[in-house]
Design a protein around this ligand. Sequence first.
Ligand code: N01
Length: 533
Amino acid sequence: MTNKEFDHDVVVIGAGLSGLYAVYRLRSQGLSVHGFESAEGVGGTWYHNRYPGARCDVESIDYSYSFDDDLQQEWTWSERFATQSEILSYLEHVADRFDLRTHYDFLTRVTSTVYDEDTARWTISTDTGVTTRARFVIMATGVLSATNRPDIPGRDLFEGENYHTGEWPHHEVVFAGKRVGVIGTGSSGIQSIPVIAETAKQVVVFQRSPNYSIPAGNRPLTEEMVADVKANYAERRRLSRESGGGTPNAPYPKGAMEVDEAERKRVYDEWWHRGGYLFAKAFPDQTISREANDTAREYVEAKIREIVKDPAVADLLIPTDHPIGTKRIVTDSGYFETFNRDNVTLVNLRATPIEEITPGGVRTADQEYPLDMLVYATGFDAMTGSLSRIDIRGRAGRTMVEEWSAGPRTYLGLAVNGFPNMFFVTGAGSPSVLANMVLGAEQHIDWIAACIAHVDGHNAATIEAEREAVDSWVAECNAKAASTLFPTANSWYMGANIEGKPRVFMPYIGGFGNYGKICAEVAEAGYKGFAIS
Ligand code: N01
C-alpha cells in the first residue's frame, strides 16, 4: 500500500460535473483538494454513457455551468439537446480551462472511506493501493453511475458482442449486417434503438415495461438564438434557480381540470411540440391528480397510436402500469416510428419472459432469438448504488449500508448523521434528478464550500448532521412524495428496479427553488440541524 505523504483538506470522489466544480470551487477557497476518478478521463456519466443516440434531455443552454460568465459566453452549443460527445467535450474543456485534471488520480477507484474519531480525519483507500487522508470528503459519485446488469440465467454464456449502455466501449461499435437484441426500454434503450435500427440487419427489442416518451423536437441552435440566450443568461439562470426544475420553464398557469377540453388540447399540443420531458409538467396538477394525469395519458396514447402503424404493436408500446411522468418521461428522436420498420421486432416480456441467454441469443418462453449482439439498456442501481459500492464507515465503524438499510437517510441530501465532514452531492434527499443536475451541483457545492469556510472560521474540526434533523428531513421528503402520484410507480426513483432495495421515493420533490431557499436558511441560521465541534 502506498501512503501518499500528504493529507488534504478535501478529497473529492468523482470527476463528473459535480466533482469538477467541487475541485474548482474549493481550490479557489484556498483549500488543498485532491480527486479520485475510476475512469481514464473526466465526465462521469457523460464519459461512460456513449451509446448511440445518447443525448441530454435538458436543453444544452441550461445544462451547463453558470459559475463563470466568460465560460458561458465563450462556449457555444450546437444543438438544442446536446449529444453525449458534445457534453463530454464541454466538460473536458472546463477541466482544461480551469486546470482541474492535475488534482486528480484517474483510473483509481475509491474502495473505502473510513472515519477516525480521534483525529477527525477520513482515510480514503483506492484499488491502486494509493491511500490518503482528508478533513472533508465530497461524494460526487453520481446518481446514475452504478450500472445494473440483471442476473439473467446464462448471462455470461453469450458468445456474441455484449454491451451495457452505461459502460459503452470507446471503440466503434458496428451494427451493420448484425442481429442486435436490446434488453430494456427506459431512456437509454429508447434513445439507442432508433439509431441501432438504422443500420442493423435486425433489431429485437425485449420490452418488460413500456415507457412514455415524447419527441425531443431537437434542432440546431441558430446564431440568433445563441446570441439571445447569451445576452440574457443572467436572467435565465435566476429564473432557473427559482424554478421547480432548475430550468426557466414553467407549467401552464392553470390546472388541467380547471380548463375546458379545447384549452387542454391546445396546451398539450403546444407542450408536445416544445418536446421532451417537460410534457410531464404541462399542467401543474398532472403528477398530483389522477384525473388530470389521465388527460395527459390519453393524449400521449392517441399520439402513439397515430405513429405506430400496427395497432397490436401500438397496444404493447402504451404503458398501463403507471401515471405518465411518475417514471422519468423519455425524450426521444423517432422511437415509436422505429417500430414501423421491417427490421424491428418488439418482444413483450410480460407475455413471454426471458428464460435464458444462450451462447447464440436469447430464449424466451416461446422461442429463441438468434443474435450477434446483445445490448443491455437495463439502467442503474440509482442514487445509492455508487455509494453502497464503496465501503463507507463513519463513527464507531458503522457502515453507510447499515445506516441506509431501510432507505437513504440524509439531512437536506447533503449530510448523514454519524458521518461527520462527509458531504453528498445531488443525491437522495435533494432535488437531484428531478432538476437540472448542473445547477443542482453548483448549488450543493457552493453550500458545502460556505459550510467548510464556516467550520474553519470557527476553528472547529467537525460538522455533522444531527439525528433529529435527519429524521425530520426524511419525514418532509416522504410527505412531499406522498402528496404526488410518484410513489405509485415501480420506478428507479423508488429503488423498485433493484431486487431487495428498500422502496422509498429517494429525491426531494418539493422543488428546486424551494430547496435552495431551505438550504440557504439553514446556513443563515448558523447551520441549524448540524452539530459543529
Ligand atoms: O434505465 P431505466 P435507463 N429483464 O432503469 C429494463 C437517465 N438517462 O438507463 O421497467 C428485462 O430507466 C427495465 O424494465 P422495467 C434518466 O433519468 C437520461 O434507460 O424494470 N428488462 C427498463 O425498461 C433515466 O430515467 C437520459 O420493467 C429489464 C430498462 O431495463 C435514467 O437515466 C438518457 C430487466 C431500464 O430502464 C435511467 O435510464 C439515458 C430484466 N431483468 C438515461 N432489468 C437522457 O438524458 C431491467 N430491465 C435522455
